[in-house]
Design a protein around this ligand. Structure first.
Ligand SMILES: *Cc1c(COP(=O)(O)O)cnc(C)c1O
Length: 494
């Protein structure tokens, strides 16, 4: 397997794809050819454990890793770090409606599914490509990636990790998770800006020649733990295949039938993993892309025009407060028939004018395969309350956006195929919004007081990993202007 840039014609081996994170031309790495399962959802495939399935799927992409390396990485990632042996349980909350719970890992958000694995893939890859170098992981986070990456990389030999988060763009619980992080190789810094500023800053620093020379002189190399790194996407393909198997084994998916997938979307990484799963042969039907008030993707799916010249809104689902969905670039590349010139052209338009429009043929393919919808904070709260009252199921704000958009999808299409809704965070990461949805009059005090009330009200326990944050000292207090990111990095690395 080789990987190529979405904006050029270089070919790179899998290990290098992971260590580099981003191509030199600013494009994202994509597989030259998407592998296909010989017999998707076969009895053999569905008899595999989650770890075995993960090894098998990764082996299709990471062909320069040995079977023993993959086995070691996968076991280190999933064995013992999640609430149970199955890191991604599928819960049927109503007939045909299944929630894929992706938040049973150490930081209580779906990012753990990939970020518990990525550090091991990255160190194994670096051992092949640049044995004595220190990998410097640069992260821009809308809230959950930062903590999941910190947890994954803390004290991993041969790595240092620097996380930038928008000062006012994450929930208090998310912020505490990051600012209390321990580890000799970690740095956490707030920026005065939003997630897009952080992400753009990180991308610029990545390809800045002065910074490259600075690192070179120290035998250091940047890599990314954001979903621009293909090493983040590959582990996410696994749980869509696993969900298909769980549906089939329990008789909820008839032979030859397909199921729909709903994904609460920000950077387009999680839903893109579902696209890859589908291209590999998993019988996925419609891909339902759910957005919050920052509904640039809903508009794009409806009109074929991507236009970021709009107001940015801080919402109750902060991990989706994004106007530049990086991974959409990979989808466009594939929909244009793996055409790097067409993709580079669109990305240049996005950079210079803030908008682009796709060809009518590509727009038609998008409409055939995707459904886009959005809801505001009010509908998000109503979805949390409804799901809890009708089905006794407590979900977080991001998952609630997906649940509401799924309802819209049913209303507009009547398509009652079995559905898998990605449930991306524990409700206790957003106690104010979730408690406010169920019992507005009880919202008072700090995050932990509200989490306690939410637990008392619902009987759902607070994950220990969140509860213990209240005892931890804050270690990271730095906050910089957008323009100060590079200096922060230099001083941490010096
Ligand atoms: C990151 C995140 C999302 C969005 O996922 P993308 O891969 O960026 O589209 C949704 N929900 C939660 C809780 C997240 O942390």
């Amino acid at each position: 397997m080789l990987f190529t840039s979405t904006r050029g014609r270089q070919s790179v081996a899998p290990a290098e794809t992971i260590t580099r994170g981003l191509a030199d031309d600013g494009g994202l790495f994509v597989p030259v050819e998407i592998p296909r399962f010989a017999d998707p959802l076969s009895e053999r495939m569905c008899s595999l454990s989650y770890n075995e399935l993960a090894r098998e799927i990764l082996a299709h992409y990471l062909t320069d890793f040995s079977a023993a390396e993959l086995e070691r990485c996968v076991n280190l990632a999933y064995a013992g770090n999640f609430d149970s042996d199955n890191p991604a349980p599928l819960t049927e909350v109503a007939p045909g409606m299944n929630l894929l719970e992706l938040w049973h890992g150490p930081t209580c958000a779906f990012k753990d599914m990939a970020l518990q694995l990525l550090p091991h893939l990255l160190t194994a890859a670096a051992a092949k490509t640049a044995p004595d170098r220190t990998m410097v992981i640069l992260v821009a986070t809308s809230g959950d990636t930062g903590k999941a990456a910190l947890d994954g990389f803390a004290d991993v030999p041969g790595t240092r990790i620097i996380v930038f988060y928008p000062e006012h763009g994450v929930s208090p619980m998310q912020k505490l998770q990051m600012t209390t992080q321990t580890g000799g190789n970690v740095a956490v810094c707030a920026i005065k800006g939003n997630f897009d500023d952080a992400q753009t800053g990180v991308k610029q620093i990545f390809s800045d020649p002065g910074m490259q020379a600075f690192l070179e002189a120290r035998n250091q190399e940047f890599s990314s733990a954001n979903s621009i790194n293909f090493g983040r996407l590959a582990p996410q393909i696994v749980y869509y295949a696993a969900a298909g198997c769980q549906l089939k084994k329990s008789g909820r998916l008839a032979p030859g039938a397909t199921f729909n997938v709903v994904v609460p979307t920000g950077n387009f990484g999680n839903i893109l993993a579902a696209v890859y799963a589908k291209r590999m042969g998993i019988p996925i039907g419609r891909l339902i892309c759910a957005s919050n008030r920052n509904h640039i993707l809903t508009d794009f799916i409806a009109t074929g025009v991507y236009d970021r010249n709009r107001e940015f809104h801080a919402t109750s689902s902060p991990s989706m407060d994004i106007l530049i969905s990086s991974n959409l670039e990979r989808l466009l590349y594939h929909l244009y028939g793996d055409d790097p010139e067409a993709t580079a052209d669109l990305m240049t338009q996005l950079r210079t004018t803030g908008r682009y429009s796709v060809s009518p043929a590509v727009h038609q393919r998008i409409r055939d395969e995707f459904f886009g919808g959005f809801c505001d904070d009010c509908a998000t709260a109503a979805a949390i309350a409804h799901l809890y009252r009708e089905h006794g199921y407590l979900c977080d704000t991001h998952t609630a956006v997906a649940v509401d958009v799924y309802r819209q999808y049913l209303d507009s299409t009547g398509d009652r195929r079995p559905v898998v809704i990605a449930s991306t965070a524990s409700p206790f990461k957003f106690p104010e919004a979730v408690l406010g949805a169920l019992a507005p009059s009880e919202v008072a005090g700090d995050e932990f007081a509200m989490a306690d009330r939410l637990a008392a009200l619902t009987g759902v326990p607070i994950p220990e990993r969140l509860a213990h944050l209240r005892e931890l000292p804050v270690r990271h207090r730095t906050s910089v202007e957008k323009s100060g990111m590079a200096d922060f990095i230099r001083s941490f690395l010096s």
